[in-house]
Write a protein that binds this ligand. Structure first.
Ligand code: FMN
Length: 360
């Protein structure tokens, strides 16, 4: 009997969209900016996702949210995630995402944050037999030509098995892949992701299932792929300031960056983010990334503290170069690529709304 041996570097498909590896970079509000997604693709992710975007915000063409959607050719295939609970509004939002260049539209049914659930969106769409959730999926799938997917938790309560009712209903309504983060909404990020539930969902539906939650090593990624039969693994917190985790999965060997590589990657991230968000917004936004990156390599503990006191990205770069002078030539080698981003020449259609903070 033929054995189906799958590896993380296999290409696979969601509907007609070809995805070059089984490594997916998670949508993360306040993290998944374009620089993060591009970096993910460069380091081996086959699919990257935008953070959740408010369908309401899109409908109102809110200027701040408008500034978010920038899709570059080198981050594709890209999934744009939307959230909301009104089927017609969600359908309109999906059309806007596709017009902006999204290859896939993902519907958030995992966000446990009160600001979202009190509007009936996010993880609330899993309850009530997933009646409303299925109507949202049907409306979105009807509205766009690209594949529509759903990212969900197990349900609201800790012992919930709502995902087993919801998953098949969403597929019936038109979802062409499902992502499961097998925690309850009530759990938020406590406890652990129980991927035996992922295996149950895989057995129940005929579309690809992406496994999300606590996948932070090569060993864990392989174990989840093998024991659940999922189509792909999704990496979230493990990739924060650590694109080398994605690279380890893609290469099949652990990749440990040198101090110079860490600094070069961080400087590149800073420059790209500044081009995307502008200096004012990016200075605050980038602070958490400094700490995440400096956990790699071996840096003096005082460096992170020093970075947090600096007011400009130029000063941050200087401090980083003092810690790893050998990073300069690495950054210079990247500079032509980074500078080209400023022209926007590589961007697809822009100027459409995206994003408010959330989770899933
Ligand atoms: C800071 C943060 C923001 C998140 N934002 C989103 C989001 O916008 N949409 C979503 O579906 N999930 C979101 N999530 C959930 C992740 O996509 C992922 O399912 C979860 O973190 C579990 O994976 P991990 O253990 O690899 O981080 C977020 C998680 C974090 C930590």
């Amino acid at each position: 009997m033929a054995v189906d041996v799958r590896t993380l570097t296999d290409a696979w498909q969601i509907g007609s969209v070809e995805i070059p590896s089984r490594i997916v970079l998670a949508p993360m509000a306040g993290v998944s900016v374009q620089a993060f997604r591009r970096q993910g693709r460069r380091h081996g992710a086959g699919l990257v996702c935008s953070e959740m975007v408010s369908a309401c915000g899109l409908g109102h063409q809110n200027e701040r949210t408008m500034s978010y959607l920038r899709i570059a050719r080198d981050e594709k295939p890209l999934s744009v995630q939307i959230f909301g609970s009104d089927p017609a509004l969600m359908a309109d939002a999906a059309r806007m995402c596709v017009a902006a260049g999204a290859d896939l539209v993902d519907i958030n049914m995992g966000c446990p944050v009160r600001k979202v659930t009190k509007t009936g969106a996010g993880s609330m769409l899993l309850g009530g037999g997933a009646e409303l959730g299925a109507r949202v999926v049907a409306a979105v799938a009807e509205a766009v030509e690209v594949p529509v997917t759903v990212k969900m938790r197990r349900g609201e309560r800790n012992d919930s098995r709502d995902f087993l009712i919801a998953g098949p209903r969403f597929v019936e309504a038109g979802a062409q892949a499902l992502t499961l983060h097998p925690r309850s909404a009530k759990q938020m990020y406590t406890g652990h992701a129980d991927h035996s539930l992922t295996a149950e969902l895989v057995a129940l539906v005929a579309v690809p299932v992406i496994a999300s939650g606590d996948i932070t090593s090569r060993e864990r990624a392989h174990a989840v792929l093998e024991t659940t039969g999922c189509a792909a693994v999704m990496i979230g917190r493990g990739a924060q300031g650590n694109p080398w985790l994605l690279e380890s999965l893609a290469r099949g060997a652990d990749v440990q960056p040198t101090n110079e590589e860490v600094v070069a990657e961080l400087v590149r991230f800073i420059r790209e983010t500044e081009r995307e968000l502008g200096e004012h917004r990016s200075t605050h936004f980038l602070r958490k990334f400094h700490g995440w990156y400096l956990k790699r390599g071996s840096f003096p503990r005082t460096l992170r503290q020093e970075l947090s006191t600096l007011e400009t990205t130029a000063a941050v770069e200087e401090a980083l170069y003092r810690a790893a002078p050998g990073a300069r030539p690495l950054v210079e080698a990247m500079e032509a690529e980074i500078a080209a981003l400023g022209s926007g020449a590589d961007d697809l259609e822009l100027d459409l709304p995206i994003s408010i903070y959330g989770g899933g």
